[in-house]
Design a protein around this ligand. Structure first.
Ligand SMILES: Nc1ncnc2c1ncn2[C@@H]1O[C@H](COP(=O)(O)OP(=O)(O)OP(=O)(O)O)[C@@H](O)[C@H]1O
Length: 582
């Protein structure tokens, strides 16, 4: 089984730039957040500093009132620190949540507009893993890691400044540990970054193999491919697990390097303090404060080092999400052209799904305003391809489609949606109220309009009979509609959208013959007065059309009204005879 292609991943620089742009958009909030964070950090240093002062006072023989003063200062600092820390944590989280929401919206917006060909190429698993796993990783970072990280960073900076302020020699002694931390990070980061990226990719592949097996479960069972698929899932899961273990191993070794730096740093401060006190350069209290400050740094430095891990993981996820956001939007924006009439013209259309394998070989087709043209032909002749290209669902390799004289590119995606609508074989009923499902085509439509559209397609009878009528919950978790009912909803959406040109490629065959007749009537009502290109899966649809176009091997073989073609005794006459004799 081949590994599917994955969606693009942004570079680290691009992800960072995206993040900075987001922070710039929230300048004031970012500034307030940082200021409050700095105040919170300063408050947490007060007790340590004051304890140093206390040591000196006690050595100087101060009375019990000094201790009371120290207790008061520490208590006030603790209360202020607690309040400010809570508030700054809240601000960091809301800032992060806002940025994550923007990112998620941008990803979903982009994903929904990805060209069909791209989605088919990459498979849905990778996309699902990005909007699922990667967003979850980022949400965890924003909720837990980033507030800690920002707090720790500010605390480390302020502590170092305070230590240098107490005595520069003690400060320098504390800084001795810095190169060790840097070395530990330099050892760790280049090893862990690719591992995290590989872990994310492995998670994407695992999701992909799982989703594709689930989606094709029937086929897998029908062809007895269970063990092949299970071993594929096994392989991708084992890969994700092995990388996870490798990450953990690396992490533990990194932990021991950081402990070494702590040990050396504290020892050097105590040694320097001892020598400086002996030479009367600093007091015992100052050395105590410096040593306590450094000890106080174990936690924030540990947080900084260990959250690097989460930050890298979040960075890998961010890169995968920004990668989706940055996929160029190739939907045509249009040049303001509007159709001059309701004609549909297809000129010299050629199309290849795979390079070098043309499935359409120069098709020319004209649908006059209000005319219904039926496409017929054997399986694989290219009918659905023409329909999808005419409706702008896929872009043709060459040739042009014009609506009222304007090409689809000139109309742009907005114009296209306004003037052309397609009802394809794949009809999805979204979970929610039935009325909202129909209103997808025209969100502002009144209840009465929805009812009228459903009446037009002959669906009102069964809709009215549902427990909550138009407000009945349908789709996943709701009332299950039959294939024919779903198709009727799609036709009702078409009526509401009210386009000049309709393209129909419905799955009438699946509805059974009486259901199919009903659907044919519904389609006829829905497309009345519109220029219609219909893929006739049943020849009765062709017989009812104004004109029939017979397609074979991606080329038009013959065309004309049903009676004429039957009388001509050509390919269509054969198909018709076969159809009647079923
Ligand atoms: N997404 C795709 N990727 C690759 N090849 C495709 C794709 N869709 C269709 N084809 C191929 O293009 C050719 C035309 O297919 P198309 O679905 O347009 O024919 P059709 O006349 O509508 O057939 P049917 O009546 O079975 O739907 C066929 O050879 C088909 O295998």
């Amino acid at each position: 089984m081949t590994t599917p292609e994955l969606l693009p991943i942004a570079t680290g620089a691009r992800s960072g730039k995206w993040l900075l742009e987001q922070l710039r958009l929230r300048k004031a909030r970012t500034a307030v957040t940082l200021i409050l964070g700095a105040i919170a950090a300063a408050m947490s240093l007060v007790p340590v500093y004051v304890l140093g002062v206390l040591v000196d006072r006690v050595r100087d023989g101060a009375g019990s009132s000094t201790i009371i003063g120290v207790v008061v200062v520490i208590s006030v600092a603790a209360v202020i620190g607690g309040i400010v820390t809570g508030f700054s944590g809240y601000l960091i989280s809301t800032l992060g949540e806002g940025i994550l929401a923007s990112l998620r919206e941008a990803v979903v917006r982009r994903a929904l507009h990805l060209p069909v060909a791209t989605l088919e190429r990459v498979g849905k698993g990778d996309l699902l893993s990005r909007v699922g796993d990667d967003v979850a990783v980022m949400a965890k970072s924003i909720g837990e890691v980033i507030p800690q990280l920002v707090g720790a960073f500010l605390l480390v900076c302020l502590s170092m400044i305070t230590m240098l302020g107490i005595d520069w020699r003690l400060g320098l002694a504390g800084l001795v540990a810095l190169p060790m931390y840097v070395l530990a990070l330099r050892w760790y980061l280049p090893r862990s970054a690719p591992l995290y990226a590989a872990e994310r990719v492995a998670m994407g592949e695992r999701a992909q193999s799982f989703v594709s097996s689930m989606q094709g479960a029937k086929t897998v069972r029908a062809y007895g491919l269970e063990s092949a698929h299970l071993s594929d899932i096994d392989r991708s899961s084992a890969k994700a697990r092995d990388i996870g273990l490798e990450v953990f191993r690396l992490f533990t070794r990194f932990g021991s390097r950081s402990n070494r730096a702590e040990c050396v740093g504290l020892s050097v401060i105590l040694l320097a303090g001892f020598l400086l006190v002996r030479s009367d350069f600093v007091t015992v209290g100052e050395t105590t404060a410096a040593a306590l400050l450094f000890h106080r740094l174990f936690n924030p430095i540990g947080t900084l080092l260990f959250t690097f891990d989460d930050i890298q993981s979040a960075g890998a996820s961010l890169a995968r999400l920004v990668g989706v956001v940055d996929i160029p939007d190739e939907r045509p924006v249009g040049d303001g052209s509007v159709p001059v009439d309701a004609t549909l013209d297809v000129t010299d259309l050629r199309h290849a799904y795979e390079e070098g394998h043309d499935v359409l070989h120069g098709v020319n087709l004209h649908v006059a305003a209000g005319e219904t043209v039926a496409l017929v032909g054997s399986t694989g002749a290219g009918k659905s391809t023409i329909a999808a290209i005419a409706a702008g669902s896929i872009a043709s390799t060459s040739g042009a489609v014009r609506v009222g004289g304007a090409t689809l590119d000139a109309l742009g995606s907005e114009g296209l949606r306004r003037h052309v609508a397609i009802v394809s074989q794949e009809v999805h009923v979204f979970a929610g109220r039935l009325i909202d499902d129909v209103r997808l085509a025209a969100p502002d439509a009144e209840r009465a309009d929805v009812e009228a559209a459903l009446r037009t397609v002959g669906a009102w009878g069964w809709v009215e009979a549902l427990q909550d009528g138009l407000d009945t919950a349908v789709g996943e978790g709701g009332h299950q509609l039959t294939a024919a009912q779903s198709q009727q909803l799609a036709l009702a959406r078409l009526v509401l959208a009210d386009p000049a040109v309709a393209v129909l490629d419905e799955a009438t065959a699946e509805a059974g013959s009486s259901g199919a007749r009903e659907l044919e009537a519904a389609a006829e009502a829905a497309t009345k007065g519109r220029s219609t290109l219909i893929v006739a899966h049943r020849l009765t649809q062709a017989a009812a059309a104004d004109r029939v176009v017979v397609l074979e091997h991606g080329q038009i073989l013959e065309q004309g009204p049903h009676e004429e073609l039957v009388a001509a005794g050509g390919r269509y006459a054969q198909l018709w005879e076969a159809w009647q004799g079923r």
